[in-house]
Design a protein around this ligand. Sequence first.
Ligand code: UD1
Ligand code: UDP
Length: 381
Amino acid sequence: MKLVSIVGARPQFIKAAPVCKAFQKAGIDECLVDTGQHYDDDMAGAFFRELDLPKPAHSLGVGSGSHGRMTGRILENTEAVLEEEAPSAVLVYGDTNSTIAGALAAAKMAIPVIHVEAGLRSYRAAMPEEINRRLTDHISSLLFCPTASAVENLRKESVAGPDTGAGLLSQAACGALRPTGKPIVANVGDVMMDALLAIRDREIEDSLIDTLAPQGYALVTLHRAESTDDEEILKSLLNSIADLSEAMPVVFPMHPRTKSSLERAGLNSIVDDRPGLHCVPPMSYGRFIRAQAEARVIVTDSGGVQKEAYMLSVPCLTLREETEWPETISSGWNRLLGFRPADLAATCRNVRPPDGEAPAWFGDGHAAERIATAVTAVLGG
Ligand code: UD1
Ligand code: UDP
């Protein structure tokens, strides 16, 4: 058995880290393909080094571009790689353009697709990631869901059969999976939980976070198309973040998309020269996890960051109208503020963690092992 795994964007490097290790441990022959969707060192190369990822066997170097151009280039280049490698299956992560392009290249060549982080839905039909994840799920053979609600979503679309269990599958049950001729759907837990547990206890020095009082600052990230493409929305969000920095220090590691939108729209003056607002380049994973763990509140439009806030028991305010992670909302740890939050500073000042323990919605930190076991059981025979 040989797998080709496709990564290309920052969160995919992080998700791949525990999975690559579990595959190595299980003796699975994996060939990593980096599409090059993200290419700045602090969005890509730095994660390979920090997380000790295997060197990609193929780097497609597609870079940035419109959706069609990027997806098309990845599709064409991946097809050539698959012709050369002739894998037993192709594994893709999440919902980026790299995900759908890699999955489509494989499905058209009748190579089974394995989707890690399957079944998530925002039900915002026009969202680029919703298109990518929905289509990927519908052409996948092995769908690894991170949560029970993701399995439920796949049942509603008849990707999962009505009898598919939504609970976290045991290692033994993963080992007992067999090919059925239909898509196999399994809740294995979230590989981002595995990644977080592997890095959380590293001692990480940080010249900025070291100067801030623990639980005394807000950590902000912003990068979604919905937040950054429309100049009015971006301006209003940046004004809210600037106001917030008058109420408490703000750490704002800026995604390159946001930086370039802000510069293009001439909005730098909103964030420049504000003593409480620390706009910094994208952080390494370890630094960012520490920054999250010590924050009083996290304000974000990121999918992964909402989850990590929950896993680290830090209240989260999400600058979106919906989320793929409804568990974080129902348990009271996350709140949707939309793209135009009314008074972000007051909301952050008043935010409190909910009472009681946060349920383990995202598994037990062994998702990658379950994936390795299930892949061996289904494809290894
Ligand atoms: C992509 C994913 C999104 C994911 C995010 C993770 C899609 C449609 N979107 O969004 O789901 O949440 O990655 O971070 O796949 N840029 C650089 N250097 C880089 C990468 C990007 O300067 O290394 C800039 C370029 O101006 C580029 C822009 O960021 O045009 C957007 O990059 P792109 O990969 O298209 O989308 P993201 O917003 O990063
Ligand atoms: N992250 C990071 N450095 C940063 C910001 C985020 O390492 O400066 C990590 C974060 O811990 C999470 C992932 O990047 O694991 C989230 O990626 P992003 O927000 O870019 O994408 P999304 O999850 O929304 O697809």
